[in-house]
Write a protein that binds this ligand. Structure first.
Ligand code: DHB
Ligand code: FE
Length: 278
C-alpha cells in the first residue's frame, strides 16, 4: 500500500516566488530564508517521495467569495498555474494523477468528509512557491491539490482540520500502490495583511505551534477560529493547512529540520520537515 513518509510545512508568500524569478536567493534579505531549504532538499533526496499531496488555501484564483468549498481536491492529470494578481511569472503545468485523486476523494467521502471534487484546478502561489522551494529545478512528481478554506468565514476549526488530516492520511494509505507520499502543508505562520492590525506577527505563538505540532498537535485543536485569528492574525489562519498535513502522518513523528525567520514580506516564515515514525 502507499505510505505517507513525512510532511514538509512552509510559508507561501508571493514575494518568495518573485525572489526566485529574479535569482535573489543570496541577497542578505533572502539568504536566511532560502538557505534553510537545503536541509529539506537533502532529506527529500534520501526520503525519495513518488507523489506530493499539497494542502493549501486558494487565494481567489480558483474559488472566490461567491463559492467557497470548505475542503476541495483536484482530480486531474495536470494543473495549470496562473497569476492571481501578484505579477509572478506563470510556471509550466504541474503533473497530477487523476486516478490517485479519485481514490482520495472516494475514501474521504466514505469517511464522512464530503469534499468538493475539481476536475480542473488553477493553482496559485500557495501551491507553486513551496514546490519551487523544494524542487528548484521543477517538481516532476505527480501532485494532488487539497484546498482548505482559510479565507472566508466560516472556516473549519483546528479540531476539524486535524480530523480531516487523519482521514486524508487513511485515504492515502489505502491506495493500493507502492507510492511513497509526501504531504506538503503551506501558509502561515502569523501574519495579517490588512485592517488595523496589518503587519501583526506573534513570535511566541508561532514557536509554540511549531513545538506542539510535532508531539502534541491535539493541543492546537483546542483553539477556536476566533482565538486562532487573535493569536496569529487573519492570514495566520493558514496554520490550518499545517494541521491537516501534520494529522495525515501517524501519531508519532520526528522533527528532521525546522526554521523560523521573521519577517518575509508581512509574514513570519516557518518551515518544518517531519518524518513519519510508522
Ligand atoms: C503574503 C503572505 C501570504 O500568505 C499571502 O498569501 C500573500 C502575501 C505577504 O506576507 O506578503
Ligand atoms: Fe497566503
Amino acid at each position: 500500500m502507499a505510505r505517507v513518509i513525512g510532511a514538509v510545512t512552509t510559508s507561501h508568500v508571493p514575494a518568495i516566488g518573485a525572489a526566485i524569478a529574479k535569482g535573489r536567493q543570496e541577497d542578505p534579505y533572502w539568504k536566511p530564508f532560502f538557505s534553510a531549504f537545503g536541509k529539506a532538499r537533502e532529506w527529500l533526496a534520501q526520503a525519495k517521495p513518488d507523489a506530493v499531496v499539497v494542502v493549501y488555501n486558494d487565494h481567489g484564483l480558483q474559488f472566490f467569495l461567491d463559492k467557497m468549498p470548505t475542503f476541495a481536491l483536484g482530480a486531474a492529470d495536470e494543473y495549470c498555474n496562473a497569476d492571481e494578481g501578484w505579477g509572478l511569472p506563470t510556471l509550466a503545468p504541474f503533473r497530477g494523477d487523476a486516478a490517485f485523486s479519485w481514490h482520495l476523494i472516494e475514501s474521504l467521502v466514505a469517511d464522512e468528509f464530503d469534499v468538493t471534487s475539481c476536475q480542473e484546478v488553477l493553482v496559485d502561489h500557495a501551491f507553486t512557491v513551496p514546490l519551487q522551494l523544494l524542487w528548484p529545478e521543477g517538481c516532476r512528481l505527480p501532485t494532488v491539490p487539497v484546498m482548505v478554506n482559510t479565507v472566508q468565514s466560516p472556516l473549519p476549526s483546528p479540531a476539524r482540520c486535524l480530523k480531516f488530516g487523519r482521514a486524508l492520511g487513511r485515504a492515502i494509505e489505502s491506495w493500493p500502490g507502492e507510492q511513497r507520499v509526501l504531504v506538503l502543508g503551506t501558509g502561515g505562520l502569523s501574519h495579517q495583511l490588512d485592517g488595523p492590525r496589518a503587519g501583526f506577527i506573534n513570535r511566541d505563538f508561532d514557536l509554540m505551534c511549531m513545538a506542539k505540532i510535532v508531539e502534541a498537535p491535539e493541543a492546537l485543536g483546542r483553539y477556536s477560529i476566533a482565538e486562532l485569528v487573535e493569536q496569529a492574525g487573519t492570514q495566520g489562519a493558514e496554520l490550518l493547512n499545517w494541521l491537516v498535513a501534520r494529522a495525515a502522518l501517524g501519531g508519532r513523528v520526528s522533527r528532521v529540520h525546522s526554521n523560523y525567520h521573521v519577517p518575509i514580506s508581512n509574514t513570519a516564515s516557518g518551515m518544518m520537515v517531519l518524518e513519519n515514525s510508522i
